[in-house]
Design a protein around this ligand. Structure first.
Ligand SMILES: *Cc1c(COP(=O)(O)O)cnc(C)c1O
Length: 383
């Protein structure tokens, strides 16, 4: 497809990056399951030499990911963490990274337990408060890193305001856009320098593949990251790229249904007497409802809630729902439920990211909303 910035997300999701195979006309990009490529003569090849460096199925995925985020360039990785780690290789010892204090537990672990041992300085600040971020900037700050909405507290950060603070200090802004997906929010358009995804989640969308992505506009930085992608080698295999491309086709309609269902489930929870608090950017009780309306095209599929019965009640709900499978991860077509404190956020138990042990997080899938509500109702009514 000839790339055009005028196409809407629904169209880009179906067409971007994918051309009929020149050899056979195959409509879907084949799984180029090969490690190497025949050369006509020494150093005479058709753009592909070795599959760590480049693979045609991955090239198609790069095109799709760039188009979805409205960026010039995209790079795919073997996981979201590999994508984040590769960006952090741009930061040198002695330089400072200002990170949100409510980032994904694995990101916090990478920053705090791994990279801080290599001389990179990290500060964790509340990115929902612009004054806190401005105050935490240092002369050696090279990167501001944030997620919005965050996991699992679903706090929002004003991306445009953060990009101004970062750029005024000569730093990059990196945004992990996993929770919103490119269907609901495009950080590059709001001034971010890097967008990162765990494509494991909404972009893949079917809980069948682990992957990550970086999308950006700057050519020189892209060339550095492309070099690092090959030099470090945390690349996805061709089958993983194919599965992600296949998932992307339905991203727009999946996200619409995730948002519709989650809105109905959040309203149900908010009205249920067993529920003490519901955190969902689509409810006007969310402290940043106004920012959600302004910055996001929809409130997303993630809901967190706290029960009056505390941790014991939370464990019962997570165990006894039938349509909400008790599992880590999020963003797939099927609804999932988990307790962040003992599960996804166990690695941050004694850190500033520690989560209320009674907090329940649900990833609302694309099933029938009433079936989901009935499942929750049955369990909540027994508490
Ligand atoms: C899952 C996740 C990651 C890590 O991605 P993996 O694909 O699991 O490596 C990073 N950020 C967020 C917000 C996530 O949800």
């Amino acid at each position: 497809m000839t790339q055009s910035p005028n196409f809407h997300l629904e169209t880009l999701a179906v067409h971007a990056g994918v051309e009929p195979d020149p050899q056979t006309g195959a409509v879907m990009t084949p799984i180029y399951q090969t490690s190497t490529y025949a050369q006509a003569d020494v150093a005479q090849h058709k753009g592909y030499e070795y599959s760590r460096t480049d693979n045609p199925t991955r090239t198609a995925l790069h095109g799709a990911l760039a188009a979805l985020e409205g960026g010039h360039y995209a790079l795919a990785f073997a996981s979201g963490m590999a994508a984040i780690d590769t960006i952090l290789r741009l930061i040198k010892p002695g330089e400072h990274v200002l990170s949100g204090n409510d980032v994904y537990g694995g990101t916090f672990r990478l920053f705090d337990k791994v990279l801080s041992g290599y001389g990179i300085e990290f500060t964790f600040a509340d990115t929902t408060a612009e004054t806190a971020v401005a105050a935490a900037m240092q002369p050696n700050t090279k990167l501001v890193w944030l997620e919005t909405p965050t996991n699992p507290m679903l706090r929002l950060t004003d991306i445009a305001a953060m990009s101004q603070i970062a750029h005024a200090a000569g730093a990059w802004l990196g945004v992990d856009n996993t929770f919103a997906s490119p269907a609901l929010q495009n950080p590059l358009a709001l001034g971010a320098d890097f967008v990162v995804h765990s494509t494991t989640k909404y972009i893949g969308g079917h809980s069948d593949v682990v992957g990550g992505a970086i999308v950006l506009n700057d050519t020189a930085v892209y060339n550095q990251l492309k070099f690092l992608q090959n030099a470090i080698g945390a690349v996805p295999g061709p089958l993983d790229c194919f599965l992600t491309l296949r998932g992307i086709k339905t991203l727009a309609i999946r996200m619409a249904q995730h948002c519709r269902n989650a809105t109905l489930v959040a309203q149900f929870l908010a009205d249920h007497p067993a529920v003490a608090e519901v955190i969902y950017p689509g409810l006007d009780s969310h402290p940043q409802y106004e920012l959600a309306q302004r910055q996001m095209k929809g409130p997303g599929g993630m809901i967190s809630f706290i029960l009056h019965g505390g941790e014991a009640a939370a464990r019962r709900v997570a165990r006894d729902t039938q349509l909400f499978t008790l599992a880590e991860s999020l963003g797939g077509v099927e609804s999932l439920i988990e307790l962040p404190a003992p599960m996804t956020h166990a690695s941050v138990a004694d850190s500033p990211l520690a989560v209320d042990p009674g907090l329940v997080r649900v990833s609302v899938g694309i099933e029938n909303a009433q079936d989901l509500i009935d499942d929750l109702k049955r369990v909540l009514n027994q508490l």
